[in-house]
Design a protein around this ligand. Structure first.
Ligand code: ASP
Length: 405
């Protein structure tokens, strides 16, 4: 993807404007819920996942249709992005932490046996989804983290490898030199406005963008980032892409499983663990009800135990869409409905009921206007569908871009 400076500034500012004009999608939600229910009539087997799993659905679907286990099918999907050095949100090539080290998180739940495994903050091991499954199968524990998880992986035959690609390393260098300011109030803090140059307003104007981008272009050139890639890399630094992949699979016997894997938030503080490996937040599967998973701001999702909340909502009779919307509304409630703050939260839920009904829901339409969040589905027909969003407009990245000194 090549992005010109002009496009970049325009789309970034357009995003802010769209947020400013956004209206609650509640009014349209009811009718889209109806449509969604009709559209999502059950067809088994079925696999749902985040959009970055789309290319890997065919082989996993063939495996599942041929009688393969539901968790093994989901793991087949998520290994695709884990092995792909160009997917910078998962596994090999994932964005590193603030010290330039890739740290991965994953978890899985196997519905038929009601078992789970999880790993957090794992370095040097690419397929952490498989590692979480190995924890499930070969230990009496549920969750292993850090060095212990890495040593366990090696003992189990996983290979240590360098997960930092040259591209990710250069992006990290650019971030380090121009943006490394994680410490300080987050959106949770009463002092959140202190992150802005002008604490009376949560935005920046076009001149500030121009200046900042120009400075970043200079640093990017010094680091050796080719000119054609510079705007794309700058975008990654300013708007660290959340990515991750969740996948849930359901077979004709109504057995269901799920897994989630990620390199987590780009440029995080070493040791930071997000929602992805947290059973009940990044993924939750209950053989009696269904399965759900999340991508987006892990911190916000942990506070509402998103995946578990959704499955419990379905247990009490909600459709996948209603269950997901309710979880999103809990995030909104945690910020007293303040959209000025919520514009910095991005959240997508992928939901599959035990009857095969499914939904993809998101807090905002996408990271950028015109590029909606999507859910990938395979029930014999592989496709991408736009998620149903609670708010109109695009989310913005946190921390906000600050005035150049
Ligand atoms: N949820 C992940 C985390 O917070 C990030 C993501 O989905 O991209 O670590």
């Amino acid at each position: 993807m090549t992005v010109s400076r002009r496009d970049f500034i325009t789309t970034a500012l357009a995003g802010s404007v769209a947020v400013g004009l956004s209206t609650d999608a509640g009014a349209t939600q009811e009718s889209s819920e109806k449509k969604n229910k009709e559209k999502h009539a059950a067809k088994l087997p079925i696999i749902i996942c985040a959009a970055n799993g789309y290319n890997y659905l065919d082989q996993a679907y063939a495996f599942l249709s041929g009688g393969g286990d539901t968790l093994d099918a989901a793991l087949k999907v998520v290994q695709g992005p884990e092995n792909d050095p160009n997917d910078e949100s998962v596994g090999l090539g994932g964005h590193p932490n603030e010290e330039g080290v890739v740290e991965l998180d994953a978890c899985c739940m196997h519905g038929p046996t009601r078992t789970a495994g999880s790993v957090g903050g794992v370095r040097n091991i690419k397929n952490v989804s498989l590692l979480s499954n190995t924890v499930r199968l070969h230990t009496g524990h549920i969750m292993l983290v850090g060095e212990g998880a890495e040593r366990f992986a090696v003992a189990q035959g996983f290979q240590r490898e360098n997960l930092l690609t040259d591209k990710s390393r250069k992006e990290w260098l650019l971030w380090k030199e121009t943006h490394s300011d994680w410490w300080g109030p987050g959106i949770d803090s009463p002092d959140w406005r202190k992150r802005f140059a002008d604490p009376t307003r949560a935005g920046i104007d076009e001149d500030e963008w121009e200046l900042r981008i120009r400075r970043m272009e200079q640093v990017a050139a010094e680091i050796g980032i080719p000119s054609g890639l510079r705007m794309e890399v700058i975008r990654c630094v300013i708007f660290p892409p959340t990515g991750t992949i969740h996948c849930s699979a359901l077979n004709e016997k109504a057995e269901i499983s799920g897994c989630t894997t990620t390199s987590g938030l780009a440029w995080k503080i070493p040791g930071r663990v997000g929602d992805s490996p947290i059973i009940g937040a990044g993924c939750y599967t209950d053989q009696d009800v269904g399965s759900a998973g999340a991508t987006g701001n892990g911190e916000e999702n942990i506070k509402v135990a998103g995946a578990h909340t959704i499955v419990e909502n379905m247990r009490h009779g909600m459709s996948p869409l209603e269950a997901g919307m309710d979880a999103l509304k809990r995030i909104v409630r945690n910020h007293n409905g303040d959209k000025e703050r919520l514009q910095f939260v991005d959240m997508v839920y992928y939901i599959l009921g035990k009857d095969g009904a499914y939904a993809g829901v998101s807090l905002w339409e996408g990271y950028e206007t015109g590029k909606p969040h999507q859910i990938a589905v395979h029930d014999g027909n592989r496709r991408l569908e736009k998620t149903v969003n609670l708010f109109a407009g695009a989310s913005q990245s946190w921390p906000p871009v600050r005035r150049l000194s």
